[in-house]
Design a protein around this ligand. Structure first.
Ligand code: URA
Length: 243
């Protein structure tokens, strides 16, 4: 995580002048992670550091946005008594912030997972009204063909009556691997649509969600903060200025 000088991080809150900040720090009135810090140039991590001014916690960054490459076998949940969750892959200071996964992936699915503590933004991304595209790379048992492409494009109705919005199926490698683009995110939707076509899914990896693409430099289980460009793109997609 990127480090920043304590005085600069506090200046970013807009609450004090730079001179006031330096004075407050030198007077020993600022604590970082429970310890008094008296050097304004002390490096901190603005995403995770707990900065206090007297009895007050000063939020340096109102929200945090994490891109993770979700590995297989990990739950898209915030906690579970027995099984490992995506939150367990983050360091303790980030876990303390109350991040949640935006959109679920099955336990055996992999790929792009966004975690944030910005509830309104998370809800805006998932809102059925916004139809944010999600792209999945799937490996099938058997091979998909043009009739499957047509069936998904015309909007499937599954056995339990679930009506799916039209979805895009692109055949790769003769149909054994495909890209599926959904504009919604119902429970097990990709697997259920393809199973209904007689082509069960062997593996599923989410490549993108709206403007966010999985950073292929992230190995399964690794994560990083979103870049300024990714945040700007998210802001545009969700129509939110508050990021
Ligand atoms: N559709 C599925 O069936 N599983 C996932 O994990 C995501 C989309």
């Amino acid at each position: 995580m990127a480090q920043e000088r304590l005085d600069r991080a506090l200046a970013g809150t807009g609450r004090w002048s730079r001179k006031e900040i330096r004075d407050l720090i030198r007077q020993g009135r600022v604590q970082v992670d429970g310890a008094v810090v008296t050097r304004p140039e002390t490096k901190i991590c603005p995403e995770t550091a707990q900065v206090r001014f007297g009895a007050e916690t000063v939020p340096l960054q109102p929200f945090v946005y994490v891109m993770m490459h979700k590995p297989e076998g990990v739950l898209s949940a915030t906690e579970d008594a027995r099984r490992k969750t995506v939150l367990d892959l983050l360091p303790e200071p980030l876990r303390r912030r109350g991040l949640f996964p935006v959109g679920r992936l099955d336990q055996d699915s992999t790929g792009l997972m966004l975690l944030t503590d910005d509830g309104p933004m998370g809800h805006a991304l998932l809102s059925p009204r916004r139809h944010v595209d999600k792209v999945y790379l799937v490996e099938l048992e058997g091979q998909a063909d043009g009739t499957d492409v047509q069936a998904l494009a015309s909007g499937m109705i599954l056995g339990d009556g679930l009506r799916c919005l039209p979805a895009r199926l692109e055949l790769l490698d003769g149909g054994g691997r495909c890209l599926v683009t959904l504009r919604e995110g119902k429970y097990h939707q990709v697997k259920r649509m393809l199973a209904a076509r007689g082509k069960p899914v062997r593996s599923l990896k989410r490549l993108s969600m709206g403007p966010l693409r999985l950073d292929e430099g992230l190995a399964p289980g690794q994560w990083r903060m979103l870049t300024a460009e990714e945040m700007a793109a998210l802001r545009q997609t969700t129509g939110r200025d508050a990021l």
